[in-house]
Design a protein around this ligand. Structure first.
Ligand code: FAD
Length: 387
C-alpha cells in the first residue's frame, strides 16, 4: 500500500509491481495533476527510467540541454559552465534531462498502469495501524484497507510520518520559490534558451531551462529573507512586484527575463535536517520514501531524483521477498539501510549549495573566483551521477 501518488509514489508503485507485488496507490487528490513547472533529472535518475524501459517515452517529452551555464545575477558575467549533452552521456552512460513535471508524472503513471497498478484517487489516508503481521489504513470516504507493507510517499507534510514516527513537522527554510513557464516563441529571441542557466545573486538565485522538447522555458527564482506573512503550503499565485523587490538589483538581461514571464506561482520551501539513521526511514512494516523521508532544499535539483532512487531500491529489496529469500520487515530494513546515507548526503549538500548560491560580501567574491578557476570541476558530481 502506497500513500501518495506524486513522483515518488508512482515510481514506487511501478518498481514494486515490477518486483512481482500487487501495489495499491492511495492519492488524496481527485486527479493526477502535477504543477506546471519543470524538473531536472541527472543521469542517476534517467538511468533508472531507462532500466524501467521509459527512455523512449522520456526522449519524446524531455529536453537534453547541451550545457549548464552559471552567471552573475548582478552583471551577467559568465562564472562557469558544465558541458552536459553528449559529453555527459559519454561520461555517465545516461543523459541529463529537463522535463515538464506533468510529462514525467504521465510517463510514470502509464507505466504503473501497464504493470497492473490501479491508483485510487480521492482517497485521503487518515489513520495508519501497523502490527507485526500487516498494516491497516483508514481512508476518508473509502473505508479501510490492509496490506503486507505501507510506503509513506505522501510528501513533505507526510501524514504517515506524523502518525507512525510522531516527530515534528518539516520546518520552513525562510526561502520562497517563484515558478514560471513560458512558450519560447513568446519570448524575444535574446531570451530564448536551450541551455540550463543558473544566475547567482546576493540572497537569491534563478534557474532557467527548456522543457517539452525545448518548446517551453521553465524559470524558478528563489529568494530568501522575505518578511511578509506567507501561506504555509504549496502553489499560490506569486506577485511580480514582490518578486522584483525580493530579488534586489539584477543585470538587464535577467530583469528582462523576469519581466517577460506571463505569471508566477509561489512556494514556501520546507525541509528537514538530513536523515540521521535508517530508523528514520523504516519502522516494522512501514517505510518512508521521497519527500516524506528526506525533504530537501531544491539547490541540488535531486529531490525527485532521490525519490526515484528510493523506489528502485524498494523494488529491488522487495523482489528478494518474492524470491523467498527474506521476509517483508527484513526487506524494508534493507531498503532503509541502502538509502539513508546517500539521501542524507544529498540533503546536506542541498543545504550547503543554498548558502553558496546566495552568498554575499567576501564569500560571494570567493565563490565567484572559485567558479572561474575550477568551473567544471566544481559543478560536476561524479559520486552522484556515476554508476
Ligand atoms: P509529493 O510530490 O509531494 O507527492 C506527495 C503526494 O502525496 C501528493 O500527491 C499528495 O496529494 C499525496 N498525499 C499527501 N498526504 C496524503 C494522504 N494523507 N493520503 C493520500 N495522499 C496524500 N527535484 C528534482 O529531482 N529535480 C529538480 O529539478 C527539482 N526542482 C525543484 C524545484 C522546486 C522549486 C521545488 C520546491 C522542488 C524541486 N524538486 C526537484 C524536488 C521535487 O519536486 C520533490 O522532491 C518531489 O516532487 C517529491 O515527490 P514525492 O512524491 O516524494 O512528494
Amino acid at each position: 500500500m502506497i500513500v501518495g501518488g506524486g513522483m515518488g509514489g508512482l515510481a514506487a508503485a511501478l518498481a514494486c509491481a515490477r518486483a512481482g507485488w500487487e501495489a495499491r496507490v492511495y492519492e488524496q487528490a481527485g486527479a493526477f495533476s502535477e504543477v506546471g513547472a519543470g524538473i531536472q533529472l541527472g543521469p542517476n535518475s534517467t538511468r533508472i527510467l531507462t532500466e524501467w524501459g521509459l527512455d523512449g517515452a522520456l526522449a519524446r517529452v524531455a529536453a537534453f540541454p547541451a550545457r549548464l551555464r552559471v552567471r552573475s545575477a548582478l552583471d551577467g558575467a559568465e562564472l562557469a559552465q558544465l558541458r552536459l549533452g553528449a559529453d555527459f552521456t559519454t561520461r555517465y552512460g545516461d543523459p541529463y534531462a529537463t522535463v515538464h513535471r506533468a510529462d514525467l508524472q504521465a510517463l510514470l503513471l502509464d507505466a504503473a498502469r501497464d504493470n497492473g497498478v490501479l491508483p485510487r484517487l480521492g482517497c485521503r489516508v487518515t489513520a495508519v495501524f501497523p502490527s507485526e503481521e500487516s498494516v491497516a489504513l483508514r481512508i476518508e470516504s473509502d473505508g479501510e484497507a490492509e496490506g503486507d507493507a505501507l510506503v509513506g510517499a505522501d510528501g513533505v507534510w507526510s501524514d504517515v510520518r506524523a502518525q507512525v514516527w510522531r516527530d515534528s513537522a518539516a520546518a520552513s527554510t525562510g526561502h520562497l520559490a517563484y515558478r514560471g513557464l513560458v512558450a519560447q516563441q513568446d519570448l524575444p529571441a535574446a531570451l530564448r534558451s536551450q541551455e540550463i542557466t543558473v544566475w547567482l545573486g546576493p540572497r537569491m538565485h534563478l534557474v532557467a531551462y527548456p522543457v517539452r522538447g525545448g518548446d517551453q522555458l521553465n524559470v524558478v527564482a528563489i529568494v530568501q529573507g522575505a518578511t511578509q506573512e506567507r501561506p504555509q503550503h504549496w502553489n499560490h499565485a506569486g506577485n511580480r512586484t514582490d518578486l522584483d523587490a525580493e530579488m534586489g538589483q539584477l543585470c538587464a538581461s535577467l530583469r528582462d527575463l523576469v519581466h517577460a514571464m506571463p505569471g508566477w506561482r509561489l512556494w514556501v520551501l520546507h525541509a528537514r535536517a538530513p536523515v540521521a539513521s535508517a530508523d528514520e526511514m523504516v519502522r516494522g512494516r512501514v517505510v518512508l520514501l521521497g519527500d516524506a523521508a528526506h525533504p530537501m532544499r531544491p539547490y541540488f535539483a535531486q529531490g525527485a531524483g532521490m525519490a526515484i532512487e528510493d523506489a528502485r531500491e524498494l523494488g529491488h529489496s522487495l523482489s528478494a521477498v518474492s524470491h523467498g529469500e527474506i521476509d517483508v520487515p527484513m526487506a524494508l530494513r534493507r531498503y532503509a539501510f541502502g538509502r539513508w546515507q546517500r539521501c542524507a548526503r544529498v540533503q546536506d549538500l542541498s543545504r550547503r549549495n543554498g548558502r553558496i548560491f546566495h552568498a554575499t560580501g567576501f564569500a560571494r567574491w570567493g565563490r565567484d573566483l572559485s567558479l572561474r578557476l575550477l568551473g567544471e570541476r566544481l559543478l560536476d558530481q561524479p559520486w552522484l551521477y556515476g554508476r
